[in-house]
Design a protein around this ligand. Structure first.
Ligand SMILES: Cc1cc2nc3c(=O)[nH]c(=O)nc-3n(C[C@H](O)[C@H](O)[C@H](O)COP(=O)(O)O)c2cc1C
Length: 474
């Protein structure tokens, strides 16, 4: 085991804060804790303060989840969802980014957008604009949705079939690649006042797209941003989802509570990436985790007990019901929940097929209102467990949920990060450059072995392998 006195060169832990533009995100019920501030989510200062805090803790990013639709599967109603504020109300995540970018220099932003309800052109324009304004710190968590309530809200008949959603995602992405990387050459913008040439017309090209889901023709409206394509995150775990993610994603988000199961997923992801002709390390793999920490193990346990007294495992079950598309209120506490095929998150739902799970099991798992693995202890204990989990599984880092906001982030920064740093497993300063460069140290653009390559315009092709790091002003 690594001790604090022998810093090593083993892989450093990447760290995102995992949050959402709402009150109850993952750990439901904690909004009732007297010190919790998440009810202030509609105030800009809540988010700018959070961004500054995370940057002080050298977090790589803030990963902002999002959902289109409401959780109405549990009890076939939204009553509990409203009472416990289970991701309702929830506001648009992209609206937060410019403000947070203005008060930080290095923090990345992984923003979830459900492509099923977006026009590729408008979406690509919004994210390219954000890449400019954040100086290359934007990422996109690609989701396709899993809620029937969203389809009704948007005015469509029902959720598209699971695998068809991924087909649509594939084409959506191809079109975005054309916009982001196929329309403007890297050096198209001259800003030449003397010769009155802002942009060289010879270096801006029309894109053409006639597909199954989308058509487009014309030039993109946004000049090349630092990263061009935002850093791509994805959480697909079903066979179709994995095929999509290992082809496109640069960051993958996996669930899992047991190291052996996490390792299996990691190995599968890296193998599939290799089969797709990519470097297996070109995908950074993050596990979602919840941490409760204090000065000693005993105090951390006391803090957990106190938090638990405010948590709502039932609200967690209501959230879970929508994730799997099954109304869990219908089952007795000790009854094995039968597997039923639904159109929701396939990989989560499949657990009912693989093992006997009762509502009591789920409630025990949701003791803090959420189903993420929970680590409790002093900074030393937590740091060692995180390092152990990383070393046993081959993951690259963690998406850290919040419990009592923003207290839990302050605790983590004050107590856990110094312990990770002493063990040589966490950065002590940010690298220069874009989010992509910070993650991979290979420049701002996607590499030539990524599928984006076939959509790049000719001259961009030639430049694509250049290390192109825009140093940020200090
Ligand atoms: C840890 C994790 C976080 C996720 N966050 C979101 C999210 O914020 N919004 C969303 O619509 N889906 C989210 N999802 C669902 C995924 O986008 C995706 O629907 C799911 O993983 C589908 O996987 P499948 O391929 O198993 O169907 C998340 C999934 C996981 C595992």
């Amino acid at each position: 085991m690594t001790t604090p006195s022998t810093p090593n060169t083993a892989k450093k832990i990447l760290l995102n804060a995992f949050d959402m533009n709402c009150v109850g995100h993952i750990n439901h019920g904690l909004w009732t804790h007297p010190r919790d501030q998440s009810h202030r989510f509609n105030e800009l200062s809540y988010w700018t303060d959070l961004a500054k805090t995370l940057e002080q803790g050298l977090f790589d990013g803030l990963f902002i989840a999002d959902i289109t639709g409401v959780y109405d599967v549990y009890q076939n109603d939204i009553e509990l969802t409203l009472k416990e504020s289970i991701q309702l109300p929830s506001h648009d995540p992209t609206t937060l980014v410019s403000a947070m970018a203005a008060v930080t220099q290095n923090l990345g932003f992984g923003v979830t957008v459900n492509l099923s309800y977006e026009s590729p052109y408008q979406f690509a324009r919004r994210f390219a604009s954000l890449d400019h304004l954040t100086q290359g710190r934007i990422g996109w968590n690609i989701v396709t949705g899993y809620l029937d309530s969203a389809q009704r809200l948007i005015g469509e008949k029902g959720l598209k079939d699971h695998d068809l959603r991924y087909e649509q995602a594939e084409e959506f992405l191809q079109l975005c690649y054309k916009f982001w990387e196929g329309s403007w050459e890297n050096d198209a913008v001259l800003k030449d006042k003397q010769n009155r040439i802002f942009t060289d017309p010879a270096k801006v090209h029309q894109i053409q797209h006639q597909g199954q889901f989308y058509q487009s023709q014309g030039v993109f409206q946004v000049a090349p941003s630092i990263q061009r394509t935002p850093v791509l995150f994805q959480a697909g775990a079903s066979p179709r989802g994995l095929a999509f993610a290992t082809q496109h994603a640069e960051g993958m988000f996996i669930g899992g509570d047991q190291p052996e199961k996490i390792k299996k997923q990691v190995d599968q992801i890296r193998q599939q990436a290799t089969e797709q002709g990519r470097d297996p390390e070109a995908i950074k793999i993050f596990v979602g985790i919840t941490v409760v920490t204090a000065e000693t193990d005993d105090l951390a346990q006391q803090k957990l007990d106190e938090y638990i007294s405010y948590a709502s495992p039932e609200a967690g079950l209501a959230h879970f019901s929508s994730s799997v598309g099954i109304d869990l209120s219908k089952f007795a506490d000790d009854e094995a929940i039968p597997y039923q095929k639904t159109n929701s998150i396939a990989s989560v739902n499949n657990k009912f097929k693989e093992q006997k799970i009762t509502k009591n099991d789920l409630k025990a798992q949701h003791v803090l209102g959420g189903r993420y693995p929970l680590i409790v202890g002093s900074g030393t204990t937590v740091a060692e467990k995180l390092i152990q989990l990383m070393d046993e599984t081959g993951i690259d880092g963690f998406n850290l949920t919040r419990t009592v906001a923003p207290e839990s982030h302050h605790d983590f920064i004050q107590l856990v990060i110094p312990e990770l740093q002493q063990r040589g497993r966490y950065k002590t300063a940010y690298e220069y450059g874009s989010l992509r460069h910070k993650l991979f140290q290979q420049g701002d653009h996607l590499s030539a072995s990524h599928p984006v390559q076939q959509f790049r315009c000719q001259s961009s092709d030639a430049n694509s392998d250049q290390i192109n790091i825009q140093k940020q002003s200090a």
